[in-house]
Design a protein around this ligand. Sequence first.
Ligand code: BGC
Length: 746
Amino acid sequence: MSNPINQYNQLDPAIEARVEALLQQMTLAEKVGQLVQITPSTMPDPDQLTELLAKIGSGEVSMDALFQPRPDLAELIRSGSIGSLLNLANPEQINQFQCIAVEESRLGIPLIVGSDVIHGFRTIFPIPLAEACTWNPDLLEQASRVAATEAAAAGIDWIFAPMVDNSRDPRWGRVAEGSGEDVFLGGAMAQARVRGFQTAVLPGGRNIAACPKHYVGYGASEAGRDYNSTELTERTLRELHFPPFAAAFAAGAGSVMSAFNDISGVPASANPFTLKTVLREEWQWPGVVLSDFGAIAELVPHGVAADLKAAARLAILAGVDMDMMNDAYAPHLAELVAEGSVPEAVVDESVRRVLRLKLGLGLFERPFTDETLLDQTILSDEARQLALEVAQQSIVLLKNEGDLLPLPTSQRLAVIGPLAAARRDMLGMWTLFGKEEDAETVLEGIARYVADATYAAGCSLTGQEGVEETAVLAAIDQADVVVLVVGEGANMSGEARSRARPGLPGQQQALADLVAQTGKPLIVVLMGGRPLIVPRLLEQADAVVMAWHGGICAGRAVADIVFGTVNPSGKLTMSWPRHEGQIPVYYSHKSTGRPMTGEGVPQFGEPFKSRYIDLPNEPQFPFGFGRSYTTFEYADLVVETAVLPINGTLAVSATVRNSGTRAGSEVVQLYIRDLVGSVTRPVKELKGFQRITLQPGEAQQVRFELPVAQLAFWDAHMQYRVEPGEFQVWIGSDSASGLVGSFAVV
Ligand code: BGC
């Protein structure tokens, strides 16, 4: 059954009538109240917060430690001074607050409770970047449904996800939270996640609203430093940063979160172009814009507002409907209206949007959560099974020399490395409600296959105190093969976790050096929230498995891959740099006037090309790359129609054959290039993908249909249109290979 929120983009006359009836009765103070979202607790200061989150993660204290109710909360709700609460998930508490809102406030308008449920609520899935590496939107939709089901049982109405910011910079810690660098793939994943959150009625008849974020351009933070400025032309915004949001809205998302960053001088949370011209006028989108946490208050340090009152004015006039933890609208909005610097009609419009969201969710009919549901809902067997499947499909095999993997269980194994027995880190960067005890470690996963693996951590994750040489060598001594589990901890990616040197922290490379010196066959299981720049390690290892932070089933999924119960099928959704100096490195770059390679392009002699003199241009591993234990051969590219009308559809196919000895899944990718445009076009653009499974020797014709309309771009006059001309098309296994053909649009 579909969630009413999905119809939200078409206004429902019945809901509109109720919105107007309510609005007529509201005082200005009550209207402002609907635009205010706060946490129910007094926020611990940032140092305390980090410490508390660590303790919650390790199970030392419960989530309730975060929750020191504001003494004035009941009164704020009763007087209609707040419309929404964030980041709580205790159904009893939520019901108590809701009861005050519904039964004791003058108009009985229910609260809406929002929360960060980024890669699962209690059943923790792999981090979103890893999830995207499955290239399996159906699976992600199911995972998001599980997250929504558990969150709804906890009393949450509004999920602050999916994070749809594209990024080409793995220094930025928040790449862990997104789908990677690509606009097409990002849109597909955004839609899957929104559908998963919003479709179907959840436990207790509840509904969930998704909140794609962070609108807009946040992923372009300069130098990969979180919260940093962005310099984005209108063309870049339109080509790269708007589309995943448009995709999420098309899938029914009825709210969006405005970002922290400024965009070429105008902060995203006070940006009339992105918030009004595009969202409201061009897209006619009627949803709620919620500020990010403190993003309105940040207009002051951005230097576009002298104080909070000026910030409130800029934000509401630009179209930010709801204030998340800024303390800007509550104290200043009514005054701004009274003195005539904000028209009341602007406030009314924002209130309409918020009421529409609440009515669309059915909160007026079902304000309360059945408190008995949570325990029966979380961590079901099906949910765990799904978490395992996502983790298995998200793992990317980067290297496998001499087919070292998969390992037979008869080998004597040494497991080394600080992440081998790490539990909390398996959960990944953003798991407010996940529990360490739910996660399986790699060591435990391996123990499912071999009972007597020896183990030594070898060093700590980040410390500089040196390698425990004796213990490591003793553990390795009798082993036939070493599995080295290294990488970043969960708290080294995510918000505010930018890294200028995203490599192996601490003494882990020294540990790898020690292990490599023994000359034993070396399998590296790498973990992290981003592609890690580890060229030396990649060189030393015979086989490398990128396991990200795989959620509660991470350990088991790694073992299933290592021992070959599961054949790896994940593919990178971010190009993997060789060196920090290459960043940003991405597959859909422009040709430049001095390209390194390119058929039919006049070539300058060395060294006058767009290149480094000390590094190749190519990344270590390209976008779309990932190995399998079998091999896939591509043949017989057929472009069915070589000349297409502007309203036509390109049909192109290739035969993919499993030429190895194991069954395996392959993500078949479709890329195009527009050879001559009125503006420069990328050398490749992903336009389609299909995940197929083939038995040894089996072949399948994989056919894509691509409407010519999807070749449109913003031309020299900023018109969105298809320009007739010549195109190349590839079907291949990643962005750097494939069979190539051509077609023309006339
Ligand atoms: C993050 C958002 C998040 C919000 C609420 C902010 O710091 O940028 O992504 O939804 O906090 O927790």
